[in-house]
Each structure stands twice: as C-alpha cells, then as structure tokens.
Ligand binder design. Structure first.
Ligand SMILES: O=C(O)C(=O)C[C@H](O)[C@@H](O)CO
Length: 259
C-alpha cells in the first residue's frame, strides 16, 4: 500500500488552477469549516499565525478526507521542522524566504529519504504512514510530497532562474507583502513596481515548467496571475475575513444603542 496520492501536486502538474485560502486563526474548528467551504487548498500558516506542531496536526486531522488539500508553511525552512511536519502527515509544504538555489536544494534534500536526501526515518511512529499502516510508505512517500518555495525579496528574485532550475522543487510562490517591503514599499503590495515584479516572476516561473503561486486579495492581480498560468492562487485570509465581518457587525449592532 503506497503513500496517499497528493491530488494537489497532481493538479499542479496537470496545470489545473487550484484556488486556496490562508488559515491564520490556528484553530481546528475554523479549519474544519474552511475544509468544506469550496477551496481547493488551505494554507496552515506556521510562520505568521500562532501555530505549533500540535495545532498543525489538529488542523491536518480535521481537513483529512475533506475536499480541500492542506499546505503547511513552517516558520522557516529548517530540516528538523520539515522532518516533523512530514511525519505529522503534511504532504505539501510552502517554505518561506527562499533566496538561493542552494537553499532550494537543501529543502529538496530535507523532504527526501536517504541515500538521496536527509529526511530522518521515523515512519514507524508517524501519522504520515498511518502509524505504520502504510507498508510501502518509505519507498513511495517522496513522490507524493509537494515542495513549494516562497521567493519574497530582491535577493530571491535575482536568483529566481537558478531556484527554478532546482530538480525536485515543484513550484515557486511569490510573496507580495515581503517583496514589497524589501523593495521599499512596505505595506504597499499593490504598488505598480511590486505588481510588475510579481507578474514578471509569474511568467518566469510558468515558463520554467514549475507551478506558480501567490496570495493576493487583489482580484485584478489574481486574474492576471491566473491568465499568466499561475496554478496555486490564495484569494483570502480567514483572519481578515473574520475580523472585518466582526467589526462590521459590531458597528451595525452599535446603532441599537441610539434608541
Ligand atoms: O509575503 C507575502 O505576501 C506572504 O508570504 C504572505 C504573507 O505572509 C501573509 O501573511 C499575508 O500577508
């Protein structure tokens, strides 16, 4: 019995656009609601949300078997973190702040078992192998892991072509917020210079044959990235959805006080 089929990875290979949502509320209840909302994938954010391994596992558990595919973002691309997340059952990783091809090659090694990689062998204890229930996990896991790198500063953009040449990397995500900051436009991900850089990167990623991805709430940019061939596009964030609607609700309710 092989490792579970990574339908998200297959969809990216097939060029089928996958529409996702960021999960930053770090709660399995929210993840469960989101998993059936209609998104193709959900990003469990370990970088900017108060997630730890336990909360990530809890979200993986409630998303399992639901229509949406979980993509997990570690705080940074450390080998030990990746080992833990893969053993916890994450099959798709989005690793932030990738700046060099060497870094990308290290990440490929981190998701690959020896002799070709560095991933520690602990499947006997791992949720990923259904706690040893998947007899052929060790020899089939790698093919079902989707490794995505985030390029989100000028150093990474300058190295983009070299990063795209790294075998075993499935896709590159451009992070508009961090890229904007590094370009001198902090808080202005929609600045023309940033958008131009993002769209240029999208073209280069797609031309390389790898999957291109982004998170943007800008509907015009979402459409432009899709039209350029981007295939993993996150269009919203649970935190902002909730906060915006709570504030609006409180404002409406506040009118009751006036009598
Ligand atoms: O740089 C970006 O943009 C991202 O990587 C996404 C952000 O981390 C996310 O928190 C939304 O701002």
């Amino acid at each position: 019995m092989p490792a579970p089929k990574n339908t998200f990875k297959q969809a990216l290979k097939d060029g089928d656009p996958q529409i996702g949502c960021w999960l930053g509320l770090a709660d399995p209840y929210i993840a469960e609601i989101s998993a059936g909302a209609g998104f193709d994938w959900l990003l469990i954010d370990g970088e900017h949300a108060p997630n730890d391994l336990r909360s990530i596992v809890a979200q993986l558990q409630v998303i399992a078997g639901r229509p949406a595919h979980p993509v997990v973002r570690p705080p940074i691309g450390e080998v030990w973190m990746i080992k833990q997340l893969l053993d916890a059952g994450a099959q798709s990783l989005l690793v932030p702040m990738v700046e060099t091809a060497e870094q990308a090659r290290e990440l490929v090694a981190a998701v690959t078992y020896p002799p070709h990689g560095l991933r520690g062998v602990g499947s006997a204890l791992a949720r990923a192998s259904d706690f040893s229930g998947i007899a052929d996990y060790l020899t089939t896991a790698r093919d079902e892991i989707c490794l995505l790198a985030q390029v989100e500063n000028q150093k990474g953009m300058e190295a983009l072509d070299d990063i795209l040449a790294v075998e075993g990397l499935d896709g590159v995500f451009i992070g508009p917020s961090d890229l904007a900051a590094d370009m001198g436009y902090i808080g202005q991900a929609g600045a023309p210079a940033v958008k131009t850089a993002v769209l240029d990167a999208m073209e280069r990623i797609v031309d390389s044959g790898k999957a291109a991805g982004i998170l943007t709430l800008d509907t015009e940019l979402q459409e432009k990235c899709r039209d350029l061939g981007a295939t993993f596009i996150a269009t919203d964030i649970d935190v902002t959805l909730f906060a915006r609607n709570m504030r609006a609700s409180a404002e409406r309710a506040g009118t009751l006080r006036k009598g």
